[in-house]
Design a protein around this ligand. Structure first.
Ligand SMILES: Cc1cc2nc3c(=O)[nH]c(=O)nc-3n(C[C@H](O)[C@H](O)[C@H](O)COP(=O)(O)OP(=O)(O)OC[C@H]3O[C@@H](n4cnc5c(N)ncnc54)[C@H](O)[C@@H]3O)c2cc1C
Length: 471
């Protein structure tokens, strides 16, 4: 399950942290967010060290579809209604500025990363809704047009088009940006206390610490576990498919995504809350769509990724918590982390430099608008459900019934355990208590992984951690 990005762009290995050290700024995580934040801060003259648990860009970033756009689905109407026009304008301009910053960096440093200007479209069947969204975007000064009956391989009523957006190869970009940065790989951060970052290879003492680790793993303070959940979706890379001309995302219930990369078409979809894919079939559903819409195409790769979602649809970028003024966070990118990571890098750079940033307020992690409370309650409800399932739901299968190459939850000597069955029938027991906050892990047959429905931690078939917030 390797993306076309990882297949086509190996990134040189870095050493783990060699010994205890002192620095001005420690960035935790070397995904798109961590690399861009470190780059902006280093360019502004700061001393920065990046600590990465695994490899550079080995988290969600290697499995993105890499559209660089301020069009984040049908969001601007909702944003104006929920947060008011001024905050919505801040969000729009921050993301437009992020596109300009990508363009500037790529041109100035001559980065060969297949960057190309494209239009972004959100398509759908509700023409009135699309008209309203185009109107909302126009009010905010975005480069928008309404397109009636756009040419897609299936009929739709219309699309909202944003001009002067872009797409690229994310790893080619990161590889060059990472080059002059001090990055330690295979250096997992275990705990953070005030200015001390403890890793499995030593300690880093830093004046400021930035959590760019996708899902912030320090539960208190911050309480991000109560106001973030994760959603996963799936991608096929197809050859011999008609080009779609632009970058597309659907609106409504079934959301599909399209973009070309060279001769390939990337078809995305099958989104669900992480931990809620026990029936599987997401790749098969996309394959069926590929046959229907792009007859004659051939799949050359498939992969999936997940992202953190906030109750009000806006990322958390800024101070980690009121009582930790030296800690910062960038998370909750809603599957739009290319521009959001760049916005985060510019906002955090300005914050640390003591400059006011005109777009920072809308992203402030300390906001708690009334309208976000139902979302927080819903996330809490999911967590309670995940815990309750562990204690009260009796497994309805036994190990014999689990097919080879799959996993399931069974009762073993009166204890609930996960088991994974190898092709030869050998069985591996797995503890299905998520080490993060104790919810019951669920088997994801598409990825052959154990996923947590509460906060989205993932483990491989044998129970080894793939991604957090569990550490
Ligand atoms: C299917 C899909 C398609 C997408 N397509 C787009 C798109 O077209 N355009 C767009 O804008 N966005 C898109 N996104 C979203 C985008 O890919 C993400 O928002 C972005 O990659 C997140 O980057 P990140 O740096 O926050 O996280 P990551 O890339 O996950 O980086 C976090 C890093 O932190 C490290 N880490 C974690 N814990 C620790 C620790 N304790 N110590 C040290 N290191 C640690 C991890 O190993 C990882 O490398 C998509 C998302 C999905 C799911």
């Amino acid at each position: 399950m390797e993306s076309i990005w990882t297949r086509t762009c190996p990134i040189g290995q870095r050493e783990p942290l060699p010994h205890d050290m002192k620095t001005e700024i420690a960035v935790i995580g070397a995904g798109m967010a961590g690399i861009l934040i470190a780059d902006q801060l280093q360019a502004a003259g700061h001393r920065v060290v990046v600590l990465e648990a695994n490899r550079i860009a080995s988290g969600q970033t290697r499995n993105t579809t890499a559209k660089i756009t301020s069009q984040h689905g049908m969001m601007y109407g909702k944003l104006i209604d929920g947060m008011g026009q001024e905050r919505a304008r801040q969000y729009a301009v921050a993301n437009e500025e992020a596109i300009h910053e990508y363009r500037r960096i790529i041109q100035d440093r001559k980065i060969d990363c297949d960057f190309e200007e494209q239009s972004a479209y959100v398509y759908g069947d509700d023409l009135e809704g699309l008209q309203a969204e185009a109107g909302a975007a126009k009010k905010l000064g975005l480069p928008v047009q309404l397109v009636k009956a756009p040419s897609l391989p299936f009929p739709v009523a219309g699309a909202v088009r944003f001009n002067h957006q872009a797409q690229f190869h994310p790893l080619k970009f990161i590889r060059q940006l990472a080059d002059p940065l001090t990055i330690f790989e295979h250096t997992s951060v275990r705990t953070v206390e005030d200015h001390a970052v403890a890793t499995d290879h030593g300690r880093v003492q830093a004046e400021r610490i930035i959590f760019a680790c996708h899902y912030p793993f320090i539960n208190v303070p911050g309480f991000y576990f109560a106001r973030l959940h994760q959603e996963r979706s799936y991608v096929l890379a197809l050859e011999h498919a008609e080009p779609v001309g632009g970058m597309w995302i659907g609106s409504g219930k079934e959301v599909y995504s399209f973009r070309n990369y060279g001769d390939l078409l990337l078809l995305g979809g099958g989104g669900h809350r992480t931990g809620e894919n026990t029936a599987g079939g997401r790749y098969d559903m996309l394959r069926q769509k590929a046959r229907e819409w792009f007859a004659g195409s051939r799949e050359i790769a498939c992969w999936s990724a997940q992202d953190c979602m906030t109750p009000d649809g806006v990322p958390y970028i800024g101070p980690y918590a009121a009582n930790k003024p030296q800690w910062y966070v960038a998370t909750g990118f809603q599957k739009w982390g290319m521009t959001s990571s760049m916005a985060a890098a510019m906002i955090l750079r300005d914050k640390i430099d003591g400059k006011s940033n005109p777009y920072a307020a809308v992203f402030d992690p300390g906001r708690l608008e009334v309208e976000s409370i139902p979302g927080i309650a819903a996330d809490g409800g999911h967590a309670v459900k995940g815990l309750a399932k562990r204690f009260f739901q009796i497994p309805d299968t036994d190990a014999e019934k689990i097919p080879a190459g799959h996993g399931g939850i069974v009762l073993l000597d009166g204890e609930k355990v996960g088991v994974y069955k190898e092709a030869d029938g050998a069985i591996h027991p797995v503890d299905i208590r998520c080490p993060h906050l104790g919810c019951q892990l669920e088997w994801n047959p598409d990825e052959k992984s154990w996923d947590c429905p509460c906060h989205g931690s993932r483990f491989d078939s044998q129970g080894h951690l793939i991604s957090g917030p569990a550490q």
